[in-house]
Design a protein around this ligand. Structure first.
Ligand SMILES: Cc1ncc(COP(=O)(O)O)c(C=O)c1O
Length: 389
């Protein structure tokens, strides 16, 4: 039997895998991409050459205009570096701004694959405490001080400030400001993974500014990606940061040898940034995800509402649910699989076990309403069984 795969995740027939943090195919703007390809790939074919190190100039100009419109403040095209998405950016930053053995700080819990990237790069990861408003700034200050006096200063803080993965929490504007002040005080960079920032379901006014608003401090690298607002197969994103930081990324052997990371794909995206296709797509995703959140919130109430607790998300991809005392998330995951529903258990996102009750993460991005409801029903049966085992 061939083991060749045609996509990253293959879900067994009949299974509803609410653990998957990927968009579903129904949201992909396929017709727009096909039309843009015909228009974008002109006969001069410059996009087939090694590209400019910071990324294609036309693309950076279009991206800066797009970000200026959607973020609501001016983004300078000179301060954008075009990447293969946030995973690649996190990996490259981990190699350039830290050396193996150096210490960095992450939120507890955090995106589990970022933990893997930091481990690949040989970094020592210290967990920062969170509360319902995201990273706890006082505790972080004490940690930064302790690390500095121990001779192991933190090189950077990796944070997912808006619609955090896995908790869905958003750092308020005041804490963002304090975070930047701490970074300056301890000369520690902030690597802000802003992957879900534009995926809010309410008014944009209700979302604090992205960390991108603080790049002038010289301490912030804001990582953006088209993966969740358009399609992950593009492998296209950007870093917004002050010039001295970008110069280090672009001066790396990787870029000196390869040139820009994505001449073809960025050429494809440029007309769709100009003509509003990307913004229209974001508008339609917001509507779709707002509806899925409502559906899932209702279904969870119906099937697990007296046993689990959660905060209804206002954006991003995830519900983070606290389990009844004594129920282990990994155990529930195994039981749930037998009931035909997948989830991600809390321990995946953290190093040390939670002191209190465990938690699990469910995504509403990969399935449409009917499957979300059925998945929650199965979860309810699984939870009933897990409690009694
Ligand atoms: C917090 C976070 N960062 C990065 C990524 C991956 O982003 P990209 O596709 O741009 O590499 C994800 C995707 O799940 C994510 O949740």
């Amino acid at each position: 039997v061939s083991t060749i795969q045609f996509s990253q995740i293959v879900v067994p027939d009949g299974m509803i895998e609410l653990g998957i943090g990927q968009p579903d195919r129904s949201t992909f703007p396929i017709a727009a991409v096909r039309a843009a390809a015909a228009a974008a790939f002109d006969v001069h074919g410059e996009y087939l050459q090694y590209g400019a190190e910071y990324g294609d100039g036309h693309h950076r100009l279009a991206l800066a205009d797009f970000l200026t419109r959607t973020y609501g403040f001016r983004v300078d095209p000179e301060l954008l570096y075009s990447t293969n998405g946030n995973s690649q950016a996190i990996d490259q930053i981990s190699g350039i701004f830290a050396k193996p053995g150096d210490t960095i700080i992450v939120e507890d819990p955090t995106y589990f694959i970022a933990r893997q990237i930091f481990a690949d790069r040989g970094l020592q990861v210290v967990d920062a405490q969170m509360d319902s408003d995201g990273i706890d700034i006082d505790a972080l200050g004490a940690q930064l001080a302790a690390l500095r006096s121990a001779g192991t200063p933190a090189r950077f803080i990796y944070t997912i400030p808006t619609f955090h993965n896995p908790t869905g929490r958003t750092l308020p504007v005041g804490r963002r400001q304090q975070l930047v002040e701490l970074a300056a005080q301890y000369e520690c960079l902030i690597v802000a993974d802003e992957v879900y920032h534009l995926l809010h379901t309410g008014e944009s006014r209700s979302v604090p500014p992205p960390m991108s608003a603080w790049v002038d401090s010289g301490y912030v690298l804001s990582l953006g990606t088209f993966s969740k607002i358009f399609s992950p197969g593009l492998r296209l994103g950007w870093v917004h940061a002050a010039s001295p930081l970008l110069e280090q990324l672009v001066g790396s052997g990787l870029i000196v040898s390869a040139g820009g990371l994505n001449p073809v794909v960025s050429t494809l995206m440029t007309p769709m940034l100009h003509d509003g296709t990307v913004e229209d797509n974001i508008t339609s995703l917001r509507r779709e995800y707002a509806n899925r959140i409502d559906v899932m919130h209702e279904a969870l109430h119906q099937y697990v509402g007296d046993l689990m607790t959660w905060t209804k998300p206002t954006g991003g991809y995830f519900f983070w649910l606290t389990l009844p005392p004594g129920v282990d998330g990994l155990h529930l995951r195994r039981v749930a699989e037998q009931h035909g529903v997948g989830l991600r258990h809390g321990a995946l996102f953290r190093v040390k076990a939670l002191a209190g009750p465990d938690a699990v993460r469910l995504s509403f991005a990969h399935y449409q309403a009917a499957d979300l409801i059925e998945g929650c029903r199965r979860l309810g049966s699984a939870l009933g069984e897990a409690i009694h085992l």
